[in-house]
Ligand binder design. Structure first.
Ligand SMILES: Nc1nc2c(ncn2[C@@H]2O[C@H](COP(=O)(O)OP(=O)(O)OP(=O)(O)O)[C@@H](O)[C@H]2O)c(=O)[nH]1
Length: 396
Protein backbone atom coordinates (compact mmCIF):
# COMPACT_ATOMS: atom_id res chain seq x y z
CA UNK A 1 0.00 0.00 0.00
CA UNK A 2 1.57 3.27 -1.09
CA UNK A 3 1.14 6.22 1.23
CA UNK A 4 2.71 9.66 1.36
CA UNK A 5 3.78 9.23 4.95
CA UNK A 6 5.13 6.18 6.67
CA UNK A 7 2.52 5.08 9.19
CA UNK A 8 2.98 7.01 12.40
CA UNK A 9 3.30 5.10 15.62
CA UNK A 10 0.03 3.76 17.00
CA UNK A 11 -0.38 4.21 20.70
CA UNK A 12 0.54 1.15 22.71
CA UNK A 13 1.78 0.88 26.27
CA UNK A 14 4.97 1.44 28.24
CA UNK A 15 6.61 -1.91 28.75
CA UNK A 16 7.98 -0.76 32.11
CA UNK A 17 4.56 -0.16 33.58
CA UNK A 18 1.52 -2.28 32.97
CA UNK A 19 -1.19 -0.46 31.10
CA UNK A 20 0.93 2.60 30.38
CA UNK A 21 1.22 3.80 26.81
CA UNK A 22 4.37 3.03 24.89
CA UNK A 23 6.34 5.98 23.59
CA UNK A 24 5.50 7.21 20.12
CA UNK A 25 8.79 6.04 18.59
CA UNK A 26 9.48 2.61 17.14
CA UNK A 27 13.11 1.47 17.28
CA UNK A 28 14.54 -0.31 14.24
CA UNK A 29 17.73 -2.29 14.92
CA UNK A 30 19.35 -2.77 11.53
CA UNK A 31 21.54 -5.84 11.22
CA UNK A 32 22.95 -7.75 8.27
CA UNK A 33 26.02 -9.46 6.88
CA UNK A 34 28.90 -7.25 5.78
CA UNK A 35 28.14 -5.81 2.35
CA UNK A 36 24.39 -6.52 2.50
CA UNK A 37 23.77 -2.78 2.25
CA UNK A 38 23.03 -1.79 5.86
CA UNK A 39 24.64 1.61 5.64
CA UNK A 40 23.00 2.41 2.28
CA UNK A 41 19.69 1.23 3.74
CA UNK A 42 20.12 3.47 6.80
CA UNK A 43 20.90 6.39 4.52
CA UNK A 44 17.81 5.69 2.39
CA UNK A 45 15.47 5.29 5.39
CA UNK A 46 16.91 8.44 6.91
CA UNK A 47 16.35 10.54 3.80
CA UNK A 48 12.90 8.97 3.21
CA UNK A 49 11.80 10.03 6.69
CA UNK A 50 13.36 13.50 6.35
CA UNK A 51 11.47 14.03 3.09
CA UNK A 52 8.27 13.31 4.99
CA UNK A 53 9.13 15.64 7.84
CA UNK A 54 9.60 12.73 10.22
CA UNK A 55 13.31 13.01 11.03
CA UNK A 56 14.38 9.91 12.94
CA UNK A 57 16.65 9.72 15.97
CA UNK A 58 19.78 7.92 14.77
CA UNK A 59 22.37 5.87 16.67
CA UNK A 60 25.57 4.57 15.14
CA UNK A 61 26.98 1.55 16.99
CA UNK A 62 29.73 0.74 14.49
CA UNK A 63 33.00 2.05 15.97
CA UNK A 64 35.02 1.10 12.89
CA UNK A 65 33.00 2.87 10.22
CA UNK A 66 35.19 5.32 8.31
CA UNK A 67 32.52 7.41 6.68
CA UNK A 68 28.92 7.67 7.79
CA UNK A 69 26.79 9.10 4.98
CA UNK A 70 24.16 10.41 7.42
CA UNK A 71 24.19 12.31 10.68
CA UNK A 72 23.86 10.29 13.84
CA UNK A 73 22.42 11.84 17.01
CA UNK A 74 24.52 9.44 19.04
CA UNK A 75 27.71 8.01 17.61
CA UNK A 76 29.76 5.35 19.42
CA UNK A 77 32.88 7.00 17.92
CA UNK A 78 32.28 10.09 20.07
CA UNK A 79 32.57 7.96 23.21
CA UNK A 80 35.04 5.21 22.31
CA UNK A 81 38.23 5.68 20.33
CA UNK A 82 38.38 2.42 18.34
CA UNK A 83 42.00 2.70 17.04
CA UNK A 84 43.16 3.50 20.57
CA UNK A 85 41.23 0.50 21.95
CA UNK A 86 43.01 -1.77 19.45
CA UNK A 87 46.36 -0.28 20.43
CA UNK A 88 45.85 -0.34 24.19
CA UNK A 89 44.40 -3.86 24.32
CA UNK A 90 46.64 -5.17 21.54
CA UNK A 91 43.68 -6.37 19.49
CA UNK A 92 42.86 -7.01 15.85
CA UNK A 93 39.96 -5.33 14.05
CA UNK A 94 37.19 -7.68 15.26
CA UNK A 95 38.43 -7.84 18.85
CA UNK A 96 38.71 -4.04 18.75
CA UNK A 97 35.08 -3.63 17.62
CA UNK A 98 33.89 -6.09 20.26
CA UNK A 99 35.82 -4.34 23.05
CA UNK A 100 34.70 -0.91 21.88
CA UNK A 101 31.09 -2.11 21.93
CA UNK A 102 31.57 -3.61 25.40
CA UNK A 103 32.97 -0.30 26.67
CA UNK A 104 30.10 1.60 25.10
CA UNK A 105 27.58 -0.78 26.68
CA UNK A 106 28.78 0.32 30.12
CA UNK A 107 27.43 3.76 29.17
CA UNK A 108 24.22 2.52 27.62
CA UNK A 109 22.10 3.85 30.49
CA UNK A 110 23.11 7.34 29.31
CA UNK A 111 22.24 6.44 25.72
CA UNK A 112 18.87 5.15 26.84
CA UNK A 113 18.11 8.29 28.79
CA UNK A 114 18.87 10.40 25.66
CA UNK A 115 16.64 8.12 23.58
CA UNK A 116 13.84 8.15 26.14
CA UNK A 117 13.89 11.96 26.23
CA UNK A 118 13.18 12.02 22.48
CA UNK A 119 10.97 8.94 22.23
CA UNK A 120 7.76 10.96 22.15
CA UNK A 121 9.04 13.56 19.68
CA UNK A 122 10.05 11.20 16.87
CA UNK A 123 8.36 8.31 15.08
CA UNK A 124 11.48 6.23 14.54
CA UNK A 125 14.76 5.50 16.31
CA UNK A 126 17.29 3.88 13.97
CA UNK A 127 20.30 1.81 15.10
CA UNK A 128 23.10 0.97 12.72
CA UNK A 129 25.16 -1.98 13.98
CA UNK A 130 28.71 -3.19 13.24
CA UNK A 131 29.24 -4.82 9.83
CA UNK A 132 30.60 -7.96 11.49
CA UNK A 133 27.14 -9.25 12.31
CA UNK A 134 28.13 -11.80 14.97
CA UNK A 135 29.76 -9.09 17.09
CA UNK A 136 26.33 -7.66 17.70
CA UNK A 137 24.09 -10.72 17.49
CA UNK A 138 26.22 -13.12 19.56
CA UNK A 139 27.88 -10.84 22.11
CA UNK A 140 26.72 -10.06 25.62
CA UNK A 141 26.82 -6.34 24.82
CA UNK A 142 24.57 -6.84 21.77
CA UNK A 143 22.01 -8.61 23.96
CA UNK A 144 22.23 -5.97 26.68
CA UNK A 145 21.71 -3.15 24.17
CA UNK A 146 18.81 -4.96 22.44
CA UNK A 147 17.05 -5.87 25.69
CA UNK A 148 17.52 -2.40 27.18
CA UNK A 149 16.11 -0.74 24.10
CA UNK A 150 13.20 -3.17 23.85
CA UNK A 151 12.30 -2.53 27.48
CA UNK A 152 12.10 1.21 26.81
CA UNK A 153 10.22 1.36 23.51
CA UNK A 154 8.67 -0.87 20.83
CA UNK A 155 11.58 -2.44 18.98
CA UNK A 156 11.83 -4.29 15.69
CA UNK A 157 14.82 -6.21 14.35
CA UNK A 158 15.39 -5.45 10.66
CA UNK A 159 17.54 -8.11 9.00
CA UNK A 160 19.05 -7.02 5.68
CA UNK A 161 19.76 -9.68 3.04
CA UNK A 162 21.81 -9.16 -0.11
CA UNK A 163 19.24 -10.56 -2.60
CA UNK A 164 21.53 -11.02 -5.64
CA UNK A 165 23.90 -13.07 -3.50
CA UNK A 166 21.12 -15.27 -2.13
CA UNK A 167 19.79 -16.83 -5.32
CA UNK A 168 21.62 -20.14 -4.73
CA UNK A 169 19.40 -22.39 -2.56
CA UNK A 170 22.33 -23.21 -0.24
CA UNK A 171 23.09 -19.53 0.43
CA UNK A 172 19.40 -18.77 0.87
CA UNK A 173 19.08 -21.57 3.40
CA UNK A 174 22.16 -20.39 5.36
CA UNK A 175 20.78 -16.87 5.48
CA UNK A 176 17.38 -18.08 6.67
CA UNK A 177 18.93 -20.25 9.38
CA UNK A 178 20.87 -17.23 10.55
CA UNK A 179 17.68 -15.14 10.57
CA UNK A 180 15.98 -17.89 12.53
CA UNK A 181 18.76 -17.97 15.13
CA UNK A 182 18.62 -14.18 15.62
CA UNK A 183 14.85 -14.28 15.92
CA UNK A 184 14.99 -16.93 18.63
CA UNK A 185 17.82 -15.17 20.41
CA UNK A 186 16.18 -11.73 20.58
CA UNK A 187 12.54 -12.94 20.59
CA UNK A 188 11.68 -9.54 19.13
CA UNK A 189 9.42 -8.81 16.17
CA UNK A 190 11.46 -9.54 13.11
CA UNK A 191 11.46 -8.22 9.58
CA UNK A 192 13.48 -9.68 6.72
CA UNK A 193 14.43 -7.06 4.14
CA UNK A 194 15.58 -8.37 0.78
CA UNK A 195 17.79 -5.52 -0.41
CA UNK A 196 19.12 -4.64 -3.87
CA UNK A 197 15.87 -5.52 -5.69
CA UNK A 198 16.96 -3.15 -8.46
CA UNK A 199 19.50 -5.83 -9.38
CA UNK A 200 17.54 -8.97 -8.48
CA UNK A 201 13.84 -9.29 -7.67
CA UNK A 202 13.09 -11.03 -4.37
CA UNK A 203 10.08 -12.91 -5.77
CA UNK A 204 12.02 -16.20 -5.95
CA UNK A 205 12.72 -15.94 -2.20
CA UNK A 206 9.07 -15.27 -1.35
CA UNK A 207 8.07 -18.29 -3.45
CA UNK A 208 10.61 -20.54 -1.73
CA UNK A 209 9.30 -19.36 1.63
CA UNK A 210 5.68 -19.89 0.65
CA UNK A 211 6.13 -23.33 -0.90
CA UNK A 212 8.94 -25.66 0.16
CA UNK A 213 8.41 -27.82 -2.95
CA UNK A 214 9.50 -24.90 -5.10
CA UNK A 215 12.65 -24.62 -3.00
CA UNK A 216 13.31 -28.35 -3.37
CA UNK A 217 12.81 -28.14 -7.15
CA UNK A 218 15.27 -25.22 -7.31
CA UNK A 219 17.76 -27.22 -5.27
CA UNK A 220 17.52 -30.16 -7.67
CA UNK A 221 17.84 -27.93 -10.70
CA UNK A 222 20.87 -26.20 -9.22
CA UNK A 223 22.55 -29.55 -8.57
CA UNK A 224 21.94 -30.57 -12.18
CA UNK A 225 23.28 -27.33 -13.66
CA UNK A 226 26.08 -26.48 -11.20
CA UNK A 227 27.19 -29.90 -9.92
CA UNK A 228 29.18 -29.71 -6.69
CA UNK A 229 29.79 -25.96 -6.90
CA UNK A 230 27.62 -25.17 -3.82
CA UNK A 231 28.72 -28.22 -1.83
CA UNK A 232 28.62 -32.03 -1.80
CA UNK A 233 25.43 -33.83 -2.90
CA UNK A 234 24.68 -35.22 0.59
CA UNK A 235 23.94 -31.70 1.84
CA UNK A 236 20.88 -31.57 -0.45
CA UNK A 237 18.95 -34.04 1.67
CA UNK A 238 19.78 -31.96 4.75
CA UNK A 239 18.52 -28.84 2.98
CA UNK A 240 15.39 -30.64 1.82
CA UNK A 241 14.61 -31.55 5.41
CA UNK A 242 15.51 -28.05 6.63
CA UNK A 243 13.06 -26.52 4.16
CA UNK A 244 10.31 -28.59 5.80
CA UNK A 245 11.44 -27.61 9.28
CA UNK A 246 11.59 -23.93 8.38
CA UNK A 247 8.14 -23.99 6.81
CA UNK A 248 6.51 -23.07 10.12
CA UNK A 249 9.13 -20.37 10.75
CA UNK A 250 8.44 -18.80 7.33
CA UNK A 251 4.70 -18.66 8.04
CA UNK A 252 5.34 -16.17 10.83
CA UNK A 253 8.06 -14.24 9.07
CA UNK A 254 7.48 -10.80 7.63
CA UNK A 255 9.51 -10.18 4.47
CA UNK A 256 9.71 -7.22 2.12
CA UNK A 257 11.89 -6.30 -0.83
CA UNK A 258 13.59 -2.92 -1.13
CA UNK A 259 16.28 -1.20 -3.08
CA UNK A 260 18.28 1.00 -0.76
CA UNK A 261 19.83 2.42 -3.91
CA UNK A 262 16.63 3.55 -5.69
CA UNK A 263 14.21 3.79 -2.76
CA UNK A 264 11.86 1.19 -4.21
CA UNK A 265 9.73 -0.65 -1.61
CA UNK A 266 10.03 1.93 1.20
CA UNK A 267 6.26 2.28 1.73
CA UNK A 268 5.87 -1.49 2.11
CA UNK A 269 8.83 -1.51 4.47
CA UNK A 270 7.20 0.99 6.84
CA UNK A 271 3.84 -0.82 6.66
CA UNK A 272 5.69 -3.98 7.75
CA UNK A 273 7.51 -2.11 10.54
CA UNK A 274 4.17 -0.89 11.90
CA UNK A 275 2.77 -4.43 11.75
CA UNK A 276 5.83 -5.60 13.66
CA UNK A 277 5.20 -2.88 16.23
CA UNK A 278 1.70 -4.26 16.75
CA UNK A 279 3.25 -7.67 17.32
CA UNK A 280 5.55 -6.16 19.95
CA UNK A 281 2.50 -4.79 21.76
CA UNK A 282 0.59 -8.04 21.44
CA UNK A 283 3.29 -10.57 22.25
CA UNK A 284 6.58 -9.15 23.48
CA UNK A 285 5.27 -6.52 25.87
CA UNK A 286 3.01 -8.78 27.95
CA UNK A 287 5.97 -11.15 28.37
CA UNK A 288 8.13 -8.24 29.44
CA UNK A 289 5.53 -7.07 31.95
CA UNK A 290 5.29 -10.57 33.37
CA UNK A 291 9.06 -10.65 33.74
CA UNK A 292 9.07 -7.25 35.48
CA UNK A 293 6.31 -8.37 37.84
CA UNK A 294 8.24 -11.55 38.70
CA UNK A 295 11.45 -9.57 39.22
CA UNK A 296 9.65 -7.05 41.45
CA UNK A 297 8.19 -9.89 43.51
CA UNK A 298 11.60 -11.49 43.85
CA UNK A 299 13.14 -8.13 44.79
CA UNK A 300 10.53 -7.66 47.52
CA UNK A 301 11.15 -11.18 48.81
CA UNK A 302 14.94 -10.61 48.76
CA UNK A 303 14.49 -7.31 50.60
CA UNK A 304 12.34 -8.89 53.28
CA UNK A 305 14.86 -11.72 53.64
CA UNK A 306 17.86 -9.38 53.95
CA UNK A 307 16.04 -7.17 56.49
CA UNK A 308 15.22 -10.18 58.61
CA UNK A 309 18.84 -11.40 58.28
CA UNK A 310 20.07 -7.95 59.31
CA UNK A 311 17.74 -7.93 62.30
CA UNK A 312 19.01 -11.35 63.31
CA UNK A 313 22.60 -10.12 62.95
CA UNK A 314 21.83 -7.09 65.08
CA UNK A 315 20.18 -9.38 67.60
CA UNK A 316 16.91 -7.45 67.56
CA UNK A 317 14.38 -9.18 69.70
CA UNK A 318 11.57 -10.42 67.47
CA UNK A 319 9.08 -9.88 70.32
CA UNK A 320 10.11 -6.47 71.78
CA UNK A 321 11.75 -5.04 68.62
CA UNK A 322 14.61 -3.81 70.89
CA UNK A 323 18.17 -4.09 69.57
CA UNK A 324 20.82 -5.61 71.80
CA UNK A 325 22.96 -2.60 70.80
CA UNK A 326 21.57 0.68 72.19
CA UNK A 327 20.19 3.15 69.59
CA UNK A 328 22.77 5.79 70.60
CA UNK A 329 25.54 3.36 69.59
CA UNK A 330 23.88 2.60 66.25
CA UNK A 331 23.62 6.35 65.46
CA UNK A 332 27.39 6.64 65.82
CA UNK A 333 27.88 4.09 63.04
CA UNK A 334 25.36 5.78 60.81
CA UNK A 335 26.76 9.27 61.37
CA UNK A 336 30.49 8.96 62.06
CA UNK A 337 31.13 12.65 61.24
CA UNK A 338 28.54 13.75 63.76
CA UNK A 339 26.66 15.94 61.27
CA UNK A 340 23.36 15.09 62.84
CA UNK A 341 22.09 13.69 59.53
CA UNK A 342 22.30 10.04 60.39
CA UNK A 343 21.46 7.65 57.60
CA UNK A 344 21.13 10.22 54.79
CA UNK A 345 22.23 8.98 51.39
CA UNK A 346 23.94 11.41 49.08
CA UNK A 347 23.77 11.45 45.34
CA UNK A 348 27.45 11.45 44.38
CA UNK A 349 26.70 11.90 40.69
CA UNK A 350 28.32 15.29 40.31
CA UNK A 351 31.23 14.68 42.60
CA UNK A 352 33.20 11.78 41.17
CA UNK A 353 31.91 11.18 37.65
CA UNK A 354 33.90 13.95 36.05
CA UNK A 355 36.50 11.67 34.52
CA UNK A 356 33.92 9.38 32.94
CA UNK A 357 33.42 9.28 29.19
CA UNK A 358 30.12 10.94 28.42
CA UNK A 359 27.67 9.91 25.73
CA UNK A 360 26.91 12.93 23.62
CA UNK A 361 23.63 13.72 21.95
CA UNK A 362 25.13 15.74 19.10
CA UNK A 363 21.84 17.35 18.13
CA UNK A 364 21.57 19.04 21.53
CA UNK A 365 25.02 20.70 21.25
CA UNK A 366 25.12 24.39 20.47
CA UNK A 367 28.70 24.00 19.21
CA UNK A 368 27.69 21.12 16.92
CA UNK A 369 29.16 22.71 13.79
CA UNK A 370 32.39 23.60 15.55
CA UNK A 371 33.07 19.97 16.40
CA UNK A 372 36.23 18.56 14.86
CA UNK A 373 35.77 16.71 11.57
CA UNK A 374 35.84 13.34 13.30
CA UNK A 375 32.56 14.23 14.99
CA UNK A 376 30.95 16.24 12.22
CA UNK A 377 30.31 14.24 9.10
CA UNK A 378 27.87 14.81 6.26
CA UNK A 379 29.04 17.62 4.02
CA UNK A 380 26.58 19.11 1.60
CA UNK A 381 26.86 21.19 -1.57
CA UNK A 382 28.92 24.37 -1.49
CA UNK A 383 30.80 23.36 1.61
CA UNK A 384 27.61 23.27 3.66
CA UNK A 385 27.14 20.74 6.39
CA UNK A 386 23.94 18.88 6.99
CA UNK A 387 22.50 19.52 10.43
CA UNK A 388 20.83 16.92 12.61
CA UNK A 389 17.47 18.35 11.56
CA UNK A 390 18.34 17.66 7.90
CA UNK A 391 18.76 21.33 6.91
CA UNK A 392 21.99 22.60 5.34
CA UNK A 393 24.11 25.09 7.23
CA UNK A 394 27.13 26.93 5.90
CA UNK A 395 30.30 25.16 6.90
CA UNK A 396 32.29 27.07 9.53
N1 LIG B 1 22.49 -2.13 -6.67
C1 LIG B 1 22.41 -1.92 -5.37
N2 LIG B 1 23.54 -1.82 -4.63
C2 LIG B 1 23.42 -1.59 -3.31
C3 LIG B 1 22.17 -1.43 -2.68
N3 LIG B 1 22.38 -1.22 -1.37
C4 LIG B 1 23.72 -1.22 -1.18
N4 LIG B 1 24.35 -1.45 -2.34
C5 LIG B 1 25.79 -1.54 -2.59
O1 LIG B 1 26.30 -2.62 -1.84
C6 LIG B 1 27.60 -2.32 -1.34
C7 LIG B 1 27.63 -2.48 0.17
O2 LIG B 1 26.75 -1.51 0.74
P1 LIG B 1 26.94 -0.94 2.21
O3 LIG B 1 25.79 -0.06 2.48
O4 LIG B 1 28.32 -0.39 2.39
O5 LIG B 1 26.84 -2.30 3.01
P2 LIG B 1 27.07 -2.57 4.55
O6 LIG B 1 26.22 -3.74 4.90
O7 LIG B 1 26.92 -1.35 5.34
O8 LIG B 1 28.56 -3.02 4.52
P3 LIG B 1 29.58 -3.02 5.76
O9 LIG B 1 29.95 -1.59 5.98
O10 LIG B 1 30.70 -3.87 5.24
O11 LIG B 1 28.87 -3.61 6.88
C8 LIG B 1 27.91 -0.89 -1.79
O12 LIG B 1 28.66 -0.96 -2.96
C9 LIG B 1 26.53 -0.31 -2.08
O13 LIG B 1 26.58 0.69 -3.07
C10 LIG B 1 20.99 -1.53 -3.49
O14 LIG B 1 19.85 -1.43 -3.05
N5 LIG B 1 21.17 -1.77 -4.81
Amino acid sequence: MATDQPPAAQQPADPKGKGKQSPRATAMIVIGMAGSGKTTFMQRVNSYLHERNQPPYVLNLDPAVMHLPFDANIDIRDTVDYPEVMKQYNLGPNGGIMTALNLFTTKFDQVLSHVEKRANDVDYVLLDTPGQIEIFTWSASGSIITDALASALPTVVVYIIDTPRTTAPATFMSNMLYACSILYKTRLPFLVVFNKTDVQSHQFALEWMRDFEQFQDALLERRQTHGDEDGPAYQDSLMNSMSLVLDEFYKHLRAVGVSAMTGEGMDELFDAVQEARQEYEREYKPELEKLYAEREKKKEADKAESISRMMRDMKVSPTTGQAAVPQSELDKYLDPAGTGQAGEVEDGEDSDDDDDAEVIDRSSRTDYYALPDKRRRGTGPGGAVEGPDGSLWPAP
